[in-house]
Design a binder for this molecule. Structure first.
Ligand SMILES: Cc1cc2nc3c(=O)[nH]c(=O)nc-3n(C[C@H](O)[C@H](O)[C@H](O)COP(=O)(O)OP(=O)(O)OC[C@H]3O[C@@H](n4cnc5c(N)ncnc54)[C@H](O)[C@@H]3O)c2cc1C
Length: 492
């Protein structure tokens, strides 16, 4: 009897190993096929996360860490820029993808060293240097059981970069990042520092939020923060056409649901037919002080599963199955909000020199949601560009920026593509972007501006009719054009 049980157990293990051997071998193959590439930028040049914007610049200058030296430094830099006609481009973590942080023969001002942080528990306000990353803020706030109110899905970006694009993330029913910004100080092109808020220098506040570094240098930011909370996680598997119904029932309609994102299946077999809705809810339980703080951290296995989906239908199916059934997140009632928000972009890092990952995002109103998904089904497969991810978030209307992408309450469709570094693929990506922008226009939607510059000036103005007024304000606040970047040169 004992012997028989042992035999059955061994056969079971054998079958399991056989069953797992192919996917494991496939993932190992992915690891072996990587050449370990990491972006390195030669001295005298700048580049960004796209890896497609290598630009020869005059200089790359690190901003001083302390306010006193910083003021002297920037004032003399502005004088130099004016005298030599060399524009200053402001750079945070450089995850924008259209040369937003550089200009040919210009000066790149690296804001990252300016990263001081203080928290005032009486007013519940975080004051932070604009060069700090969200992960710095999260790690600091964690000690006070506080958390970030609104930020992007990854914590790798800088505070100044996020305000300048007015980013958004998984925070349910929330406007973009600016809704948590109380005020900031801005160093203008004339060297003066002013405080900007909704009541003080309000016009400048509106221009700087989502203003792509064209109006001055954001220095110290005051952010409203929220409590860090214990959360549970639930994933709903559904038919993509039922997304809104599920979203209303399990996300919008549930006051405990705080962080929410959706994902669409991108394998050819069930292309955009099924989806998941991923919901993190407050449990009301006390925060756990962790030995398990790292449980949700980036792991190489998660990254490899993700990378296995590049150029492979099998990899795409495997990733969908693994992520929907085993999950990136566990159904665990002891995850803190800070752990969920503190995800590094290296989770999806591409380590191959021959290709790069390109992000795009379109904001579509709810009334067009289903029609838009149907249209994507016919448009996306026509392209030679490899689609590797689509997530969905909801973003409430942005009432802060002069040039908002969330003109009303919308759903953000975030596309990640893998593009080979060839001329053909660059052209294919341009065509695809133009098709997707057209689709957004047809659906009363907008496209997001931090990405590649494949959209022409007229189409840009169709979606952002405030553009000319925005540039007129740019001239008012920066008459000598001290702050410029490639994004500005393209759309101006
Ligand atoms: C993998 C990936 C995932 C992403 N996910 C999201 C997401 O979930 N949600 C979302 O909304 N966006 C997302 N983005 C876009 C991202 O939020 C923006 O590119 C953002 O600008 C990144 O911040 P950064 O620090 O890298 O900014 P940078 O790229 O360094 O700069 C962006 C702009 O901000 C300006 N700027 C930077 N610092 C300052 C400052 N101190 N003062 C004035 N201007 C400044 C720059 O001049 C530039 O125009 C993603 C991008 C990538 C590559």
């Amino acid at each position: 009897m004992k012997m028989r049980r042992k035999k059955i157990a061994l056969t079971g293990i054998g079958i399991l190993l056989l069953f797992l051997s192919f996917p494991i071998a496939f993932i190992v193959r992915t690891a072996l096929s990587e050449d370990g590439h990491k972006l390195s930028v030669p001295s005298g040049y700048a580049n960004d996360a796209s890896e497609l914007n290598l630009t020869k610049v005059d200089s790359v200058i690190d901003i001083a860490k302390s306010k006193d030296s910083l003021l002297l430094q920037i004032r003399s830099l502005v004088a130099y820029a004016k005298a030599k006609n060399k524009p200053i481009s402001i750079a945070g973590a450089q995850h924008s993808m259209g040369g937003h942080t550089m200009f040919p023969d210009g000066i790149v001002l690296n804001m990252r060293p300016y990263d001081h942080i203080e928290f005032d528990s009486a007013s519940n306000v975080l004051t932070i240097g604009s060069g700090a990353r969200w992960e710095d803020a999260i790690n600091y706030l964690d000690k006070f059981d506080k958390s970030i109110a609104v930020m992007q899905a990854f914590s790798t970006f800088s505070i100044g970069g996020s305000i300048s694009v007015n980013g958004h993330g998984w925070q349910k029913d929330s406007p973009p990042v600016s809704s948590s910004v109380i005020s900031f100080t801005l160093l203008k092109s004339d060297g003066e520092i002013v405080n900007c808020s909704r009541s003080e220098n309000a016009e400048l506040f509106r221009c700087v939020v989502g203003g792509y570094g064209l109006f001055g240098i954001i220095l110290d930011v005051k952010l409203r923060v929220v409590d860090n909370e214990n959360m549970s996680f639930t994933r709903y598997k559904l038919d993509a056409k039922d997304y809104l119904t599920y979203f209303k029932k399990y996300a919008s309609g549930d006051r405990n649901a705080k962080l929410v994102f959706g994902r669409l299946n991108i394998s050819d077999k069930e292309f955009l037919q099924n989806a998941t809705l991923n919901v993190f809810r407050s449990t009301g339980k006390p925060l756990m002080r962790k030995p398990k703080h790292d449980a949700f951290k980036t792991t190489e296995v998660k990254r490899l599963v993700f990378r296995s989906s590049v150029d492979s239908e099998y990899g795409k199916r495997l990733r969908w199955d693994l992520e929907t059934n085993l999950g990136e997140f566990t159904a665990d009632a002891n995850i803190s909000r800070n752990e969920i928000l503190n995800d590094d972009v290296s989770l999806i890092e591409n380590k191959n020199l021959g290709s790069t990952d390109i992000l795009q995002e379109y904001f579509i109103p709810e009334r067009r949601f289903n029609r838009y998904v149907q249209q994507l089904k016919s448009v996306l497969p026509d392209s030679d560009i490899d689609l590797i991810n689509i997530t969905i978030r909801n973003v409430y209307q942005d009432e802060d920026s002069f040039m908002p992408y969330a003109r009303e309450n919308v759903f953000g469709f975030v596309f990640l593509f893998n593009q080979k570094k060839t001329r053909d693929q660059e052209n294919a990506m341009r065509r695809l972007t133009q098709t997707l922008v057209r689709l957004a226009i047809e659906n009363d939607g907008t496209y997001y501006l931090p990405y590649r510059l494949h959209v022409d000036r007229n189409t840009f103005r169709k979606i952002y009719p405030q553009a000319d007024a925005f540039f007129a304000l740019k001239d008012k606040y920066d008459p000598d054009g001290i702050f410029r970047n490639t994004f500005y040169a393209h759309y101006r």
